[in-house]
Ligand binder design. Sequence first.
Ligand code: PLP
Length: 410
Amino acid sequence: MTAPTLSAARSSAELIRAEEPVLAHNYHPLPVVVARAEGTWVEDVEGRRYLDMLAGYSALNFGHRHPALIEAAHHQLDQLTLTSRAFHNDRLAGFAEALAELTGQEMVLPMNTGAEAVESGVKVARKWAYEVKGVPADRATIVVAAGNFHGRTTTIVSFSTDESARAGFGPFTPGFRIVPYNDLGALEAAVDETTAAVLIEPIQGEAGVIIPDDGYLRGVRALTDRAGCLFIADEIQSGLGRTGTTLAVEHESVVPDVLLLGKALGGGIVPVSAVVARREVLGVLGPGEHGSTFGGNPLAAAVGSAVVDLLRTGEFQRRAAELGVVLRDSLKALVGRGVVGFRSRGLWAGVDVDPAIGTGREISERLMREGVLVKDTHGSTIRLAPPLTITEEELRGALGSVEKVLSGIG
Ligand SMILES: *Cc1c(COP(=O)(O)O)cnc(C)c1O
């Protein structure tokens, strides 16, 4: 196979310039143009190698092109790629069974992107409220947390507290109440007989890896049980091994009513997301009431099944937990030496850099020049979320680069 000569002939700088007039400016990427990748490493157009410490915002938990996932995808490409749900396909039942078993739930609603899983969860919760709980028509409310990130659709940005995600996109969808994160009192005050669900991230990723106090998730579970509403956990970024357990809610031994999964579920190959819940909840959907042309397609189901197979071994959760200790200890040693504070769980950290050293963006650019790719979240916070396949040596190398950049040598 020959690579398309046009793109092969263009340098990174030329490709970045070529994007400017033709691509919507909804992202502000680091100036690196990736052309190839394997495992924890990516390579740019000029052949420079970088350690990927972002892992596609956790969509690449198993690294780039994990052999088992690529094999599953290749095999499926040679059999069947799409039927639409107008017909059954031979891969979907197995995927749904495996995912339900992995998560300890009963039913699966397959979708594609994370935002679609959130939208679907909102619809299911509302329908459940009317049909099971008995909330009067069109009165259902969903309580969410300030600082949330659940995606980019018009309904989802309706309950965002990030002005840049909302400004210019109204009118917004009603029916959401926003309370401070990690505040059970405020949550209790916001929940009433109209409440269909409480929707939260067990750890707020985009907000800067904000970890709630111990007991918060148990408190949300107890409160939603008392109020007779659903607890929806958005585990799209926190789930599937990232924090050292299959799900982040396991750290508090909590079982939500509804789980939203995405990102790593597609193995970094195709978008795969899902709403996973008990039969009593997802059973409210009848034929024709919700759908997606691509949701549950055989290629997605084959890759998703292979992802579940990897997680069933427990190896990746174990690696995240063990290397998470290395990550935490290394970051601890940097506090007061360029780091003003950090939060971490498993292989996931939000690192607040001394603003005097640079913005998160500037630190990310300096790290890029050191061969380490990370991304800033807000202000002077950078997020570290390497593939769970990273070796201890690679992790220590990346943290060495962070130390170098923060000490001003880089
Ligand atoms: C990324 C993310 C989403 C949205 O997923 P997309 O696939 O980008 O639509 C939703 N919730 C959380 C917690 C996320 O991190």
